[in-house]
Design a binder for this molecule. Structure first.
Ligand code: SF4
Length: 263
């Protein structure tokens, strides 16, 4: 007997042949959504975050082409682990919204099998991207991990080379849809750890009743070597991870606004 995920391929064969650019897979992720996750990292990103630990996801023409069927075939052996942990599948990047049709078809097929779907995004959606395709994608997305890089636009530009208006507009959109969201915020000493900025972020998030929690992610240098591979200087060389005391202080700011914080 065919596995139900394979059976459904024949019913939606055309859509499942859609191609996407994939950077890599992580088979048993535990930090990108609830439970054990199969994580699909898609290729391509418009941001240029100074702390990016996935420098090799930026270019749209790198990575490897996979059909949705190919990706489902990769996921299939891990479904028992996903089921046993109330986990699911997370699509990350890079920036997955740059390939939203591919993600939508993948999520739709996963959803039809009752598999939890999660989108890890920086919210980069140009105005023209608020279309039917996005609505369809949201209808089969259970949870959004929204990365807010900085609440101050000038500092956001300095950090990512892109305005934060895309991210903040997408946050408003998710709020208006009532979509469950976890906000992620990377704490980088000297760049994103000013308490006044975090207070402004907490105040803003405090108005979003669709936000289930905020994750404070201490900056780390694990991806620095990838910049070297591109013959580029790692912009944050010499910056050390934040102290436990700093993380605790920032956590307390969110808690003032009754926001559930994981740090
Ligand atoms: S949004 Fe993510 S993948 Fe893109 S540059 Fe920033 S950290 Fe890297």
């Amino acid at each position: 007997m065919q596995h139900p995920v394979i059976e459904m391929h024949s019913r939606v064969a055309d859509a499942a042949h859609l191609l996407g650019r994939v950077h890599s897979f992580e088979t048993c992720g535990t930090v990108d959504g609830p439970g054990t996750r199969f994580v699909v990292f898609l290729q391509g990103c418009m941001f240029r975050c100074q702390y990016c630990h996935n420098r090799d996801t930026w270019e749209m023409d790198e990575g490897k082409l996979y059909s949705v069927t190919d990706v489902l075939t990769e996921i299939l052996p891990y479904i028992p682990f996903i089921d046993a942990s109330n986990g699911g599948v997370t699509v990350s990047g890079g920036e997955p919204l740059l390939q939203k049709q591919f993600v939508r078809v993948l999520f739709k097929l996963l959803h039809q099998q009752g598999i939890h779907t999660c989108l890890d995004t920086n919210g980069y959606v140009p105005d023209a991207g608020y279309d039917e395709e996005l609505e369809k994608l949201m209808s089969c997305t259970d949870l959004v991990l929204l990365d807010i890089k900085h609440i101050n636009d000038q500092k956001h530009l300095q950090l990512t080379r892109v305005t934060n208006q895309y991210t903040l507009k997408f946050a408003d959109y998710l709020h208006s849809c009532g979509k469950p969201v976890w906000i992620r915020y990377v704490v980088v000493p000297g760049l994103t750890d000013a308490e006044a900025d975090v207070e402004q972020l907490a105040e803003s998030v405090g108005h979003m009743n669709n936000v289930e929690k905020v994750e404070l992610l201490p900056y780390h240098t694990l991806g620095a070597h990838k910049w070297v591979a591109y013959d580029e200087c790692y912009p944050l060389a010499g910056v050390v991870p934040p102290s436990a005391e700093k993380i605790a202080a920032l956590k307390a700011i969110f808690e003032k606004y009754d926001i559930n914080v994981l740090a």
